[in-house]
Design a protein around this ligand. Structure first.
Ligand code: SF4
Length: 235
């Protein structure tokens, strides 16, 4: 039987989480690929958690599909990292998911620097709509959310009913700490974004990401100076 957002009741989501309660991230990934086969995609931002998950996923499914939301506004270091990851994991199917609207079209329609004048709209055009199109092709998706990242993420489960994208969202790293993410990266000598060594714990688009102070929370450099804390992908 195909398991999809539409076919699962809330109670069944709870049952899956009970089943996986004592399991670790690798067990969750094995369960996810056994359950969804090719009908699952990892939406990866190529941050530190992304490096861990790509490595773990490649051990479960060598030719898994990884989708990167290419807003056209990422740091050059991020694009370089993606090329390094492609060389290290040549079997993975890494897709660059682009917005339907080019930067020039966006500038013409909404004015230059929409990320300043209306960042929600900019994220809607360059992240949310493209992800919506991408996720419509699968029954489930994987995300690297961790509970300690922010108050809005503290109730995340391994298996989540994603009402925003009408999908099933699997989060294998919910219990991981920032220190554990880096221990894994160092232990397996994984590639990572060199901006992490320059006080950028969380890396998004270049226009909306600043370095953070030592004692700042890991996402405080994102949309710094505005009330915005999430791009809208995780609600
Ligand atoms: S993070 Fe900033 S630049 Fe990127 S899509 Fe959102 S508002 Fe636009």
């Amino acid at each position: 039987m195909t398991i999809s957002y539409q076919s699962l009741s809330l109670k069944e989501f709870e049952e899956y989480n009970q089943l996986l309660e004592k399991k670790d991230g690798m067990d969750v990934l094995r369960w996810a690929y056994d359950t969804f086969g090719d009908d699952i995609v990892y939406a990866c931002s190529f941050g530190a958690e992304g490096m861990v998950l790509i490595d773990m996923i490649s051990k479960v499914r060598k030719d898994a599909t990884i989708a990167f939301l290419d807003t056209d506004f990422h740091f050059k270091e991020t694009y370089e990292l993606i090329e390094r990851v492609k060389r290290k994991y040549p079997m993975l199917n890494i897709k660059m998911v682009k917005p339907e609207v080019t930067v020039e079209e966006q500038n013409k329609e909404y004015g230059k620097e929409l990320w300043k004048t209306n960042p929600d709209n900019c994220c809607q055009i360059r992240k949310i709509k493209p992800l919506e199109r991408e996720l419509a092709q699968y029954n489930a998706w994987i995300s690297g959310l961790r509970r300690e990242q922010s108050p809005t993420r503290k109730n995340t489960q391994f298996v989540n009913q994603d009402n925003r994208f009408k999908s099933i969202k699997i989060c294998p790293l919910i219990h991981w700490t920032w220190e554990e993410v880096w221990m894994y990266i160092k232990l397996y000598q994984l590639p990572y974004n060199e901006l992490h060594d320059q006080k950028y714990p969380s890396i998004g688009c270049e226009h909306c990401t600043l370095p953070v102070e030592e004692d700042g929370d890991s996402r405080s450099g994102r949309w710094s100076g505005s009330n915005k804390t999430e791009c809208g992908l995780h609600q």
